[in-house]
Ligand binder design. Sequence first.
Ligand SMILES: [Zn+2]
Ligand SMILES: [Zn+2]
Length: 436
Amino acid sequence: MLKDKKFLRSIKSNLLDFDSVKHTNSTCPSCSGLLTYSQVWTHAVPLAATHVGPFDEFGWSIGECKVCNTEFLVDVVNPDFSDFISGARKVRFILEDGASEADLRFVSCSLRLEDSLDKNLDMNKRSYVYNYEGRSLYECGNCSAGLDQQVYGALLGVFERLRDGSYSYLNWSMKSGGLDPEYIISRLPIVCGCGASLVAYVGKPYSQDHNFAASDFSILNVVGSKKLHDAMKPGIYSKDQVMEWLYKLLPRWTVLFDTIYLMVPFVGHLYMKPEQVVSVWEALISRVDTKKVRLVTKKDQINIFKRAYREHYKVDYSQLEKLKLSPELVNGAVVNSKFHAKVYAASSLFGCEVYSGSANLLTGPSKEVMHFSEISQSDFESSFLKPLGVSAVVPDHAQVKYSFLLDFENDFSAFDRRSTIYSEGYYSLIMHDALP
Ligand SMILES: [Zn+2]
Ligand SMILES: [Zn+2]
């Protein structure tokens, strides 16, 4: 019975491996409208002392463009569970095994999707990988001990419970539909070696893929730690150290502030190999919400990146642009060829954090001078934006955005009354531990 196709088909929905879901972007063969379709694979599931599956079938999904109503088909695995996420609606599907003569004739003479690119190449994908081994960004407000590794230890100790909480939230949200949350945020009380009690907030962008590790979470803030300008004192640091701190700041800035400004003449340098240029850009892009960032750089930097991308991935960058897989950060960059200042900053009505000095976006041992300061938004705009002719970004507060909070003190439950937090509450929660 366990090998019987009819039986396997009847229980196929229980064999689906949600971690295998793959999204592909493509364009309508008639009007070139953008569309995305999904595929999902099955895996083996234990059943009465043995296991059943995997059971994958090939076939075709037939869709209709939402713009021009043209019908087309696309080759997919498990067409019974493949769907159109956007741009088209599913009309029907055909399984290759058992397809009728008429179906096969239909398949051979129908329009097909071309120009498909796996969303794995999607440069808008996010990652908050945090270097917990490096020099701490957060230090105890009482004894000045570095806290980053201690936060990581606390995170590892509860990680399975945190993942379970996150997983039950995912299951619930997939059934209930609606808008995805922005971030998974966790609240972790820690006790420093000196006896001081602190509260760490860590977070990562929400995704439906649950194959994440503890190091994918970045520290967003530690309540009770020293002010950042006391931990990152003005001084001379290696490029490596400057970049490490910047990479630690970017997730904090993305969650807590309205706009991030990256004003830097050079991203990488002239003699880097294509993969090195691409990796500098990817490390940057993956840590920010590209809708929130204004990048100001020299014009040739963008072209160098696009060329490196083509050489490294063997995919033309214009193809990514066409399929909306290229980052808004690159597409929306402001070009200015007459500046030498390097300014990395986050801005909101409640204030700005500004990390500035001599370091371009580039790793290496050579030394740079850097300062970290907190100033008001009006001072930031008049002292840093105006001289470069950069206009302030008007933040988009219209859309309701929310995250879910997995709190140590609630045993990481995703369904507590304070598990859903709205974007206007992020700052007071994470900076001051003001629980809703
Ligand atoms: Zn169309
Ligand atoms: Zn301490």
